[in-house]
Design a protein around this ligand. Structure first.
Ligand code: PEP
Ligand code: MG
Length: 780
């Protein structure tokens, strides 16, 4: 049978109607108020390819060497074209259109065609995480005219480059994979929000409701601060009703079906969205849902003309349960997420404990990566000495380099003479979870090879001897105070440089990657990009970039990953083969780096854009390009046309710039007009350029202050202008991990904060605290 109505199916029908269809059917069957809809079954997809006689051709087309990226691109293109250009069998077509015509419209909309959402629903139970499989198509606001085409597009999503690549790699047979499509009426909510059937952090028998005017997107995207209600489950008492100032709402345009943001009429802004009666109805619904599933739930709801609908229900998971929900997004109401129980430990690299050494302090510097570690000192001067670093050693070196990463992974701890909190050693050791002390000035001279030391990567101290409990690895101190990821309107993303750390970062429940530095991927090739291309060809270079970026995009899919184009100063490139050709500069920090270099050498820069374009073609639609060190709108316009030249549509893809120069902050209005979707503060550079303090110079390190009023003024005014222009704002500099900066940014209205991997949990807690205070202040 081509279609099944939601009330005809249940949780056991995954094979026929896919996971999404089965769960909607289950809720409908339980008598819960789910918007009406039907599922175009997996069998229909089969029937379609078999009756049309395209099945054999389809499977032979995708039988390619997936490592050959142009063959893979061709295969995906041909397979998808085959599907979208093949006509429906007449009986299937009639049955789907008949079903659509009887889906009905909301009261009051009689005589109009309903808007429906069309979504793919994966059936392959052997695909452990369908997010890898490319079956993520969702089309909103569809009417009869576009329906059949969208269904074919959902089917074609089985054959994106990413899906083909993934199946081949995992050894799944393309022939056995099926796909169903859910077609469901869209609700035109006048009120909507989220309901937690138990207190999300404490598990108390209280229901929490968040509510705002209009469609739920406004709440989950953080565009509006919702009302917050706490209800006692036992006697249904409304314990607190915190009414927020709801300035905007999302509504559906009656003609196009597009979601648009509009101001809330003055008299409704401070008005309660839900009466006590509404809340009682929601609590009753919450109890039915919880009873049906047998566990606390996080429910998305909507009210249309007084009628309550349930849009989605998910179990409330806590970190302790350790379920990895990579692939979920906080912005879809996934207020609670799971992390790993061991987040914040040192990743098993060497001996870790809470105690500091018993002996005297030998040297100190900056605590760059938290945790303590004990081990014998290994002084490393030259690259060829890396072999002498064994598992559990403490590397002591002037400054780490990309070639040292394998040794850094083996080490218990890292100590450097040079560098600050944003140096290579600091960034990489945080991502590896290895404790580190940087900028000690003279560790390589003062410490002796083989000497037993303990380092404290939080305090920045190195002491003599082993710690009292150095033999047993123990959990890290700075574990979050609460085991649950707090619900925040401001998103919390994570900064990454090494693809190997992606899985660990994704498991923290971060809402995406706010900065993926690709320098590490390039520098670890040990050749400048120019030399690498000359020796191995442009394709090999592009493939290297694709590999690194893809690892991160996969781990986070569908959460967004901001890929920052290359920004290494010439002194770092000089260390590599081909580095002799680098220009000599008095001050590389003020010189040939970031977008300046990229625009000066578009031939080299294009390869980075080509890599991202290829990833888009493979289906990694979660990638966002981000450009470093821009000065003004002219830079942005030039980079925008280069994107278009390689085939990236700047109007279709999300992209943005880093605000790292005072000039860019002062020119933000013009930059916003150039079409960016987001601006992210690179406070490491913004601080160095605003205060004229070299970020790598220990001699003036005490003057490096990201919270300096001059820096804050630039940030605040940039956020204000961006908000007026509908441009999202974020921070991806080191200061985003500092509580004072987090407080300042949340109060200024920043959209997201991207923190270091070790700080994600603390930042989530801090944001929650600040947001609650703001809410309370607004009602007092
Ligand atoms: C910054 O400048 O704050 C930033 C995040 O970029 P980088 O540290 O890579 O220069
Ligand atoms: Mg920078």
């Amino acid at each position: 049978m081509p279609v099944y109505w939601l009330d005809e199916i249940g949780g056991d029908d995954i094979d026929t109607v896919g996971g999404k269809g089965a769960s909607l059917g289950e809720m409908t069957g339980a008598g819960l108020p789910v918007p009406p809809g039907f599922v175009v079954s997996a069998g229909t997809y089969r029937l379609f390819i078999e009756q049309a006689g395209i099945d054999e051709e389809l499977f032979s087309v995708v039988d390619v060497d997936v490592e050959d990226s142009s063959a893979l691109a061709d295969a995906a293109e041909r397979a998808q074209t085959l599907i979208v250009e093949t006509e429906f069998p007449e009986d299937v077509r009639t049955e789907i259109l008949d079903a659509y015509r009887s889906i009905g419209v909301s009261d009051g909309d009689e005589g109009t065609e309903p808007f429906v959402a069309v979504r793919s629903s994966a059936t392959a139970e052997d695909l452990p995480d369908a997010s890898f499989a490319g079956q993520q198509e969702t089309f909103l606001n569809i009417r009869e005219e576009g329906l059949l085409e969208r269904i074919r597009e959902c089917w074609a999503s089985l054959f994106t480059q990413r899906a083909i690549y993934y199946r081949q790699k995992q050894g799944f047979d393309h022939r056995t994979v099926n796909i169903a499509v859910v077609v469901q009426r869209m609700v035109d909510a006048d009120r909507s929000g989220v309901l937690f059937t138990s207190h999300p952090s404490t598990g108390d028998p209280r229901m929490i409701v968040e509510a705002a005017w209009g469609l739920g997107e406004a709440v989950v995207s953080g565009a509006v601060s919702p009302d917050n209600y706490v209800i006692d489950r036992a006697d249904r008492d409304v314990l607190t009703a915190t009414v927020a100032d709801k300035k905007v709402m999302h509504v559906r345009d009656a003609e196009t079906g597009e979601t648009v943001e509009s101001p809330v009429p003055e008299q409704r802004r401070q008005q309660r969205v839900l009466s006590d009666e509404d809340l009682h109805e929601l609590v009753a619904l919450g109890e039915r849902v919880e009873e049906h599933y047998g566990s606390p739930q996080d429910v998305e709801w909507a009210i249309v003309e007084g009628e309550l609908f349930l849009l989605q229900s998910r179990p409330i998971t806590t970190i302790g349960e350790g379920e990895d929900r990579a692939g979920a997004t906080a912005s879809t109401g996934d207020a609670l997420d799971a992390g790993t129980p061991d987040s914040g430990t040192t990743d098993g690299s060497g001996t870790v404990s809470e105690e500091t050494g018993d002996g005297e302090e030998l040297i100190n510097g900056l605590g760059a990566s938290p945790g303590t570690a004990t081990g014998p000192v290994r002084i490393v001067d030259k690259l060829d000495e890396l072999d002498k670093v064994s598992e559990g050693d403490v590397i002591v070196t002037e400054m780490t380099t990309p070639d040292m990463v394998p040794a850094m992974k083996r080490a218990a701890g890292i100590v450097t003479d040079e560098g600050g909190m944003t140096s290579h050693a600091a960034i990489i050791s945080r991502e590896l979870g290895v404790p580190a002390v940087v900028g000690t000035r003279s560790a390589t001279v003062k410490l002796e090879d083989g000497q037993a030391v303990t380092l404290d990567g939080k305090r920045g101290a190195v002491t003599s001897g082993a710690s009292a409990s150095s033999s047993e690895p123990e959990p890290e101190v700075n574990a979050p105070p609460s085991a649950t990821k707090p619900m925040t309107a401001t998103e919390v993303k994570v900064n990454l440089s090494i693809p190997d750390a992606a899985e660990r970062a994704a498991a923290l429940g971060a809402d995406g990657v706010g900065l993926l530095r690709i320098e590490h991927m390039v520098l670890s090739l040990d050749k400048t990009p120019e030399r690498y291309v000359a020796d191995h060809g442009a394709d090999a270079y592009v493939d290297e970039l694709i590999d690194g970026i893809r690892t991160v995009a996969d781990a986070f899919y569908p959460r967004s990953v901001r890929v920052r184009t290359l920004d290494a100063p010439t002194d770092e490139f000089r260390e590599l083969q081909g580095g002799d050709d680098e220009p000599h500069e008095h001050n590389p920090m003020l010189g040939y780096r970031g977008i300046r270099r990229s625009l000066d050498r578009p031939d080299v820069f294009r390869h980075e854009l080509e890599a991202v374009n290829r990833l888009y073609e493979m289906g990694y639609d979660n990638i966002e390009l981000m450009f470093p060190l821009v000065t003004d709108a002219d830079d942005v316009r030039r980079v925008r046309s280069l994107m278009a030249e390689v085939g990236i549509d700047p109007n279709k893809r999300s992209w943005g710039v880093m605000i790292e120069t005072p000039a860019s902050a002062l020119q933000i209005e013009e930059i916003a007009d150039a079409g960016i979707d987001f601006a992210s503060f690179g406070t490491n550079d913004l601080t160095q350029y605003t205060l004229a303090v070299d970020r790598n110079n220990e001699v003036v390190a005490d003057r490096f202050d990201e919270l300096h009023p001059a820096v804050l003024e630039l940030i605040e005014s940039t956020i204000e202008t961006c908000r007026k222009h509908g441009v999202e704002t974020s921070i991806c500099g080191q200061a985003g991990s500092k509580p004072d900066m987090v407080e300042f940014l949340v109060k200024s209205g920043v959209s997201s904060i991207s923190a270091n991997i070790d700080a994600v949990r603390d930042v989530q807690q801090e944001i929650k605290r600040v947001e609650q205070r703001l809410l309370l202040d607004s009602v007092r």
